[in-house]
Write a protein of this length. Sequence first.
Length: 223
Amino acid sequence: MGTLVEEPAFVPYLSGRRNLRLWWEAAGARWEDAHVDEALEVAGLGTAVDRRVRTYSHGMRQRLGLARALLGRPRLLVLDEPTNGLDPGEMREIRNLVVRLRERAVTVLLSSHLLAEVEQVCGHVVVLDHGRVVADSPVAEVLAASGSAYIEVDDRGAATRALATLDGVTDVVFEGDGLAVRLHQVARSDVVAALVAAGIRVETVTARHRLEDAFLELVRADP
């Protein structure tokens, strides 16, 4: 098993490679037994691994931390908030790295509050609410059970009042020129039909299926 908890620590005046070796040998293991080339290939550090760590960006240090976690060729990799504090480009690099690990048949346990990130890289999700499991399913199933829609109408106030009486509509908020409508087990066609029946003209309906919406529904429904 390999682990990376938020931000890894290194000796800043030593190179990335030297840091890896010192960490590996500190446990009494032989450097010759470490899967160095494989770990560095996945981490994608290139020649930067031979530079001093103090010259690294935050994202490069995260990738070096992942390389360190991969030296023993783990079958399970535990990542806790691996993109914490990274800029958008660095976050994408870490997400791509996780995808490469999945392609190498490594099981990745990712703990994150960034639900868009979880949605992009994970195949299975476990949702915890105050320490209790409220969902344990493939991501696709969780997304299918809930969702939201963006709707543009000629009268947002009247539409909000009409939707307040429709079963399955859990939240309606103004967004841009329209409404963000959170749905739970109700079809978008039923929402449109209810609006039309109330005399409201519907201009645009766009489906949204986001893990964030599903998460809020699950937590709200949990007694």
